[in-house]
Design a binder for this molecule. Structure first.
Ligand SMILES: Nc1ncnc2c1ncn2[C@@H]1O[C@H](COP(=O)(O)OP(=O)(O)O)[C@@H](O)[C@H]1O
Ligand SMILES: *[C@@H]1O[C@H](CO)[C@@H](O)[C@H](O)[C@H]1NC(C)=O
Ligand SMILES: *[C@@H]1O[C@H](CO)[C@@H](O)[C@H](O)[C@H]1NC(C)=O
Ligand SMILES: *[C@@H]1O[C@H](CO)[C@@H](O)[C@H](O)[C@H]1NC(C)=O
Ligand SMILES: *[C@@H]1O[C@H](CO)[C@@H](O)[C@H](O)[C@H]1NC(C)=O
Ligand SMILES: *[C@@H]1O[C@H](CO)[C@@H](O)[C@H](O)[C@H]1NC(C)=O
Ligand SMILES: [Mg+2]
Length: 381
């Protein structure tokens, strides 16, 4: 908004100097200002007076999804697990180089080889991908996740993932606890990966009451926030490459106690830098999928694949994938159709064949927050 006003003001000044097309400019600015006023009126109309927070990422983890607002206080009280851990959602991030698990009072320095070797007990296997085998483990009475490199072929990816995890520590990212060569210790998420949560946890008797559009929309928003933090990371614009299907995309995320998605697997997040003309390719093999962005597909259909002739691309591949993932997250519950309708236009823009025409995560966040303020306004605190 301010930029718009500034542009009108500046262009007016410039026009006075050149004495050209002043009338046209004025008319356009007047129209834009009218729109601006109408937009402001809309805010008051919907009674959500937190416009600033919709533009910038709210780095503080939100409260529980406000089940109280849906008259579900009693139900959630009866569910001890969810209530007792609700406070976890307010966990502030520890200073870089330290961590804090749910029952810890203070932050502690990241663990190294000594602590991992002497103080960690491995329990059962809880998951596995191409690179890691993951176990539930105990460190000094705290449950943690212990990941071990599966095959030395992927040592580079594994180490890269650890370095990324350490540099990207943020409420949208899995909390790092420690590492030692081919082992990694992280916070344990009992809800597991995002697709496990959607397919299994939300169907459980004690969680079925949370399987509603509010929970699902908040999951979608947290997913978008995570992609936003990846695209605006301290180490540049990073792309979530390991995402050739909805299922694959969602296994890279874990679900917190307050049902938010956090980035977990950062092994394949290469850097894009437009100024430096640095573009990426997700792997060196041909991608065959109707989920990925069109520029990720081999363009010479009737010729054999040759990676050296395969063009590179940028972070807008992630943007192309957002509608598909969000559509899956919203699912088929009461109210999800209305949300879909309100996101329709911006999602359509995500599917522009020209990557440059697709919106950024910032634009998407503004749109999602508009929908959030319209349907799920938070308590004013
Ligand atoms: N901190 C964690 N808490 C709970 N489950 C986890 C955790 N980290 C990983 N997992 C489980 O293990 C699976 C594989 O982990 P991931 O890091 O994606 O391995 P890979 O790099 O081999 O793909 C995840 O999809 C998830 O189900
Ligand atoms: C760990 O838990 C056990 C049993 O719950 C308890 O006996 C023990 O004192 C605890 N140890 C520490 C260091 O808190
Ligand atoms: C590790 O990966 C390589 C290459 O994919 C494979 O040849 C080898 O058998 C694997 N080793 C183990 C122990 O799985
Ligand atoms: C770390 O792991 C790699 C791969 O397994 C191994 O080659 C190397 O010796 C290990 N380094 C240390 C210090 O243990
Ligand atoms: C490849 O496709 C082009 C047009 O798309 C066509 O002209 C050409 O004959 C095709 N070549 C082969 C070998 O099929
Ligand atoms: C959706 O809402 C309608 C009317 O309120 C209700 O009859 C129906 O059972 C609900 N469906 C689901 C899946 O909750
Ligand atoms: Mg993975």
């Amino acid at each position: 908004m301010l930029i718009l006003l500034q542009t009108c003001y500046r262009s007016e000044l410039a026009d006075i100097v050149t004495m050209r097309r002043v009338r046209e400019r004025d008319v356009v600015c007047l129209l834009l200002l009218t729109l601006l006023i109408l937009y402001l009126l809309m805010w008051f109309w919907f009674g959500s007076l937190q416009p600033a927070s919709s533009v910038f990422l709210n780095y503080e983890v939100d409260k529980m999804l406000g089940q109280e607002r849906q008259g579900k206080v009693k139900e959630s009280r009866s569910n001890l697990d969810v209530v007792t851990v609700a406070g976890l959602g307010q966990r502030r991030l520890c200073p870089l180089g330290s961590f804090r698990l749910s029952k810890m009072e203070t932050c502690m320095p990241w663990l190294g080889c000594k602590e991992i070797t002497n103080e960690v007990t491995i329990k059962l296997n809880i998951g596995s991908g191409t690179v890691k085998k993951v176990y539930k483990a105990v460190w000094r009475n705290h449950t943690v996740a212990y990941s071990r490199l599966k095959n030395t072929t992927y040592f580079e990816d594994f180490s890269e993932g650890i370095e990324m995890l350490k540099t990207l520590q943020h409420p949208s990212v899995l909390q790092f606890v420690g590492s030692c060569n081919t082992t990694l210790l992280t916070e344990f998420y009992k809800f597991g990966s995002a697709n496990f949560f959607i397919k299994k946890v939300l169907k459980l008797y004690s969680y079925r009451k949370f399987d509603n559009v509010r929970t699902r929309f908040n999951m979608a928003l947290s997913y978008l926030e995570a992609i936003h933090s990846l695209h605006n990371s301290p180490v540049g614009t990073r792309v979530m490459c390991d995402s050739n299907s909805v299922h694959k995309s969602l296994t890279q995320f874990l679900v917190t106690q307050d049902f938010k998605l956090v980035l977990s697997d950062l092994d394949a997040t290469p850097e894009v830098n437009h100024e430096a003309n640095l573009f990426i390719k997700c792997g060196s093999r041909r991608i065959v999928s109707d989920f990925v962005a069109p520029e990720q597909l081999w363009p010479f259909e009737n010729e054999t694949f040759d990676d050296s002739r395969m063009p590179s691309y940028d972070e807008k591949t992630d943007i192309w994938k957002i509608p598909g993932v969000v559509d899956y997250l919203l699912g088929k519950v009461n109210g999800s159709e209305v949300i879909r309708l309100h996101l329709f236009k911006v999602h359509q823009q995500c599917h522009n064949r020209d990557p440059r025409q697709r919106p950024t995560t910032k634009v998407l966040l503004e749109e999602y927050n508009r929908v959030k303020n319209m349907f799920f306004p938070e308590h004013i605190t």
